[in-house]
Design a protein around this ligand. Structure first.
Ligand SMILES: Cc1ncc(COP(=O)(O)O)c(C=O)c1O
Length: 415
């Protein structure tokens, strides 16, 4: 990583941020904040820690309610110190959409539709934060492995920040995302392997190329951006958390981030003791977290021969496995795998019955919700939130074959 020579490390801070230090997610070892860092000495993710008592004294819910409906409204809970370093493309608050036709009687089924964010996925939350912090800490070159959406968000924010970006994705990643990555200014390469193979290329090339490695959870700030899903959800629900949250889990940043958000909100006294059960949703063709959960293990074993149509969940090895499993267990939740057939069925059903286009990973949460209702792990009367993590528009849809010849008489009754 080559530092930005124009950066003045002595420039005054102008944003109220309450960051105290970074902490190893496994050992608890503390590290100084505001310096560029990857994994901890134990090779595990670093978590950002805040002075939550001071934060709670400096901001109240009423002041928060007057701010624009966007991610940066939570700035006291976020790490960026200087406003000039914020790299933004308009990270709006995403809507909660009720699926009243699909929900059971007496229950409430809500979808948080993250497909409305810049670059069409929740990856914008993590990447706007990580790129802003990279800019603040003087990074000039970033590299990242991706299933597609994270690369699209990196490309957009890095280009906006004037940072060079290199992106490596499995060669079967969804075509529109690969084109989007390239068009938005990153150097993108298709790799004949899975996301962990792409990660190896980044790891092995970073010394020679001067890259800062922005892989999932290998730097501390993507999780802070993803945490805003939890802050936003709590605020949207009047500071009353739902009974259960279904999250499509690849690297698990969002699940870990939301669990962190709820702990931070609890420490500031903004929410009571009630927490949702966190459900990690994976595909039957790649379910390392589900297997570890069921076997009572702290860490997951690499999943051999990983395959699923839900590319974002095709992550055979996750560096934050123990943090996902910890959040799921602490919350009294569970991990569940759904088949590709169930994902496609759920996707079609949400589109046809509710008019809501889900991405395959979002559809997996609907399939998992139904499976959990059927096996009794979720009760019909509970309030459940599903995460649709990307716009359905980036993925293949069934072809349309019906045609009309405008030069011939049209049989309207047969339409
Ligand atoms: C559409 C989609 N859903 C889910 C995920 C998994 O997200 P996470 O890494 O936070 O578990 C990804 C990640 O690539 C994704 O692109």
């Amino acid at each position: 990583m080559s530092p930005d020579p124009t950066r003045d490390p002595t420039a005054p801070e102008d944003r109220p941020t309450f960051v105290t230090h970074l902490e190893c997610g496994l050992t608890g070892e503390a590290y100084e904040a505001d310096t560029l860092r990857g994994l901890s000495r134990a090779g595990k993710p670093l978590l950002v820690r805040y002075d939550l008592a001071a934060l709670g004294r400096s901001l109240d819910k009423e002041a928060l309610a007057r701010r624009p409906a966007e991610l940066w409204r939570y700035r006291e809970f976020l790490p960026v110190r200087r406003s000039e370093n914020i790299v933004s493309l308009g990270e709006i608050s995403t809507p909660l959409i009720r699926l009243s036709r699909l929900e059971p009687a007496g229950g409430m089924l809500l979808v948080k539709d993250e497909g409305r964010l810049p670059t069409g996925s929740f990856k914008a939350r993590g990447l706007c934060m990580a790129v802003s912090m990279a800019k603040e800490l003087g990074v000039t070159r970033i590299a990242m492995p991706t299933a597609g959406n994270a690369g699209a968000a990196l490309a957009a924010y890095a280009t906006r920040a004037g940072i060079e970006s290199y992106v490596f994705c499995p060669d079967d990643a969804p075509e529109p995302t690969i084109s989007e990555i390239a068009y938005q200014g990153a150097k993108v390469y298709r790799v004949n392997g899975l996301i962990n193979d792409c990660g190896k290329i980044v790891g092995e090339g970073k010394a020679a190329m001067g890259w800062f490695d922005l892989s999932t959870l290998k730097e501390p700030y993507r999780i802070e951006g993803k945490k805003t899903m939890g802050l936003e959800l709590a605020e949207q629900l009047g500071w009353q958390l739902p009974d259960v949250i279904f999250y499509p889990t690849g690297g698990g940043t969002g699940l870990i981030g939301m669990w962190k958000a709820f702990a931070e909100l609890g420490a500031t006294g903004w929410i009571g003791a009630k927490r949702p059960r966190m459900v990690a949703v994976q595909a039957t063709g790649c379910a390392p977290i589900v297997k570890a959960f069921e076997e009572g293990k702290e860490f997951a074993e690499p999943w051999p021969d990983a395959h699923t149509i839900a590319h974002g969940m095709r992550v055979p090895v996750a560096v934050g496995d123990f943090l996902i499993l910890r959040a799921v267990r602490e919350s009294g939740g569970f991990a569940i795998a759904v088949s590709d057939e169930a994902i496609l069925e759920a996707q079609a059903e949400a589109a046809r019955t509710e008019g809501l286009l889900l991405c395959p990973e979002g559809a997996a949460t609907l399939a998992a919700y139904r499976q959990a209702l059927a096996d009794g792990r979720v009760a019909p009367g509970e309030r459940a939130v599903l995460f649709n993590c990307a716009t359905g528009l980036k993925y293949p849809m069934p072809p349309v074959t019906a045609r009309l010849d405008r030069h011939k008489p049209i049989d309207y009754a047969a339409l």
